[in-house]
Design a protein around this ligand. Structure first.
Ligand SMILES: O=C(O)C1=C[C@@H](OP(=O)(O)O)[C@@H](O)[C@H](O)C1
Ligand SMILES: C=C(OP(=O)(O)O)C(=O)O
Length: 442
């Protein structure tokens, strides 16, 4: 849990250096679950060691899986061949969407009794579309407090799959990810998952499919809305690949790439690059559109300032439905752009760690930016002159949202010192963030 301290940083002018990124949250939590469900032993290298992955590791241990941390970043998992040894458990999921949603689906396939709950904010984050998807195939799931939200109770039931399972994809892609990973455990015939309506955050589905393939399950995608899971004829459907090397986290990379643009650079991130399976590497393309000088290769990306004669970024209008997490970094980078930056397709921000559109608008305004928000967009214009930048004495609030804290560190490149409240909330995905930040800024 994060404390209620604050830090004072900046003003800074330069950013340069190299940073080795922590492991990807999205890959770490998928790899942990698939390794646990597989037959065989898997060694996970460069696993993220942060709150969200602790939640997953602890839950798997409670479910009877052998999870051995060799050091902070190497973890050895002995798989259970699809059937968790423990059939009753009360699992605390913190605020980790990548833990509660996939585990809910996997546990609904187990014929056991499980309760899943989280921190207060998790109980405001929707899970209805997943529960509806699972109920179609006979899962018994009830809501403990408010319908549509955790805590939930999963009871022993008979899973009976007809040939099509439908799921909505416009609130979170994690519901589809959860079904994709869980259904192979019970698919006696091929099962088609059909996505109803828009599918947001689509690149995260690519991560899911690629990880499933590493564990031996190949999903067919006949069209953009359909996913066909093969029949499970052998019982133990997932096969351990032996070892997995987790890439660096592309969302975590976004803060350092932005620093390389705003603080002249060069800043190089190591651990993600042109060969990445994470959609958030497209943040580098967005930054290039804003005028940043970017080069990349396998396993690295570098930013060396901006190409515009003004030395400033230029504003852009961009649809962010494929990069919902890194898009937050663009909103704060807009403080260093000429013109009005508009981020579209970000309705999902409202149901994440906090209402990120409201929080972002409120805190950017405290700095003197001109901000407009709508249901699914935000527009940001930098303070007109240096004198229009404000230094709010009460500090920037972070709403227990790791990305609010990390994004707003960029604002320390404005003319004033900056106070950030509750910086420890970065522990959700990047506990060492402010230590790494300190190494590259001056
Ligand atoms: O599947 C994943 O690993 C994630 C999917 C995205 O969520 P939504 O699909 O809810 O947008 C993203 O914001 C989250 O941080 C991680
Ligand atoms: C939305 C996020 O997390 P979660 O996996 O809890 O959905 C995030 O990390 O920005």
């Amino acid at each position: 849990m994060s404390s209620s301290s604050s830090i004072q940083i900046g003003p800074f002018r330069h950013a340069h250096g190299e940073i080795v990124l922590p492991g990807s949250k999205s890959i770490s939590n998928r790899a942990l679950l698939l390794a646990a469900l597989s037959s065989g032993t898997t060694t996970l290298h460069n696993l993220l060691d942060a709150d969200d992955t602790k939640v997953m590791r602890n839950a798997l241990r409670q479910l009877g899986i052998s999870v051995t941390d060799q050091d902070h970043h190497i973890c050895i998992i002995k798989g259970c061949s699809g059937q968790f040894p423990v059939r009753e458990a009360d699992l605390l999921m913190g605020n980790a969407g990548t833990a509660i949603r996939p585990l809910t689906a996997a546990l609904a396939m187990q014929s056991g009794n499980y309760r899943l709950s989280g921190v207060a904010r998790m109980h405001e984050r929707p899970i209805r579309d997943l529960v509806d998807g699972l109920r179609q195939i006979g899962a018994e799931i009830t809501y403990e407090l408010q319908a549509g939200y955790p805590p939930i109770q999963i009871s022993t039931s008979q899973i009976n799959i007809q040939d099509i399972v439908k799921v909505r994809g416009d609130v979170s892609s994690q519901f589809l990810t959860a079904l994709l990973m869980a259904l192979p455990l019970v698919a006696k015939e091929p099962v088609r998952i059909e996505v109803i309506g828009e599918l947001i955050s689509r690149p995260y589905i690519e991560i899911t499919l690629k990880l499933m393939a590493r564990f031996g399950v190949l999903v067919d995608c006949p069209d953009a809305q359909s996913f066909v899971i093969p029949a499970n004829t052998s019982g133990a459907v997932y096969q351990s690949p032996g070892a997995i090397l987790v890439e660096g986290d592309a969302s975590s990379a976004s803060y350092f790439l932005a620093l390389g643009a705003i603080g002249r650079g060069p800043v190089r991130v190591l651990g993600v690059g042109s060969d990445s399976i994470q959609g958030d590497v497209a943040f580098a393309d967005a930054l290039a559109l804003m005028g940043a000088k970017i080069t990349a290769g396998d396993g690295w990306i570098e930013v060396a300032g901006v190409q515009n004669a003004s030395g400033k970024l230029n504003a852009i209008t961009i649809n962010c439905t494929e990069i919902p997490d890194a898009a937050m970094t663009l909103a704060v980078a807009a403080l260093f752009a000429e013109g009005k930056t508009r981020l579209n397709g970000i309705a999902s921000w409202r149901v994440k760690e906090t209402d990120r559109i409201a929080a972002m608008a409120k805190e950017l305004k405290k700095l003197g930016a001109v901000v407009q928000e709508g249901d699914d967009y935000i527009e940001v214009e930098a303070p007109m002159t240096l004198a229009d930048w404000r230094s709010p004495p009460e500090g920037i609030d972070t709403y227990d949202d790791h990305r609010m804290a990390m994004c707003f560190s960029l604002a320390a490149f404005g003319p004033n010192p900056l106070k950030i409240n509750d910086p420890d909330c970065v522990a959700k995905t990047f506990p060492a963030y402010f230590a790494e930040f300190a190494v590259v800024v001056s």
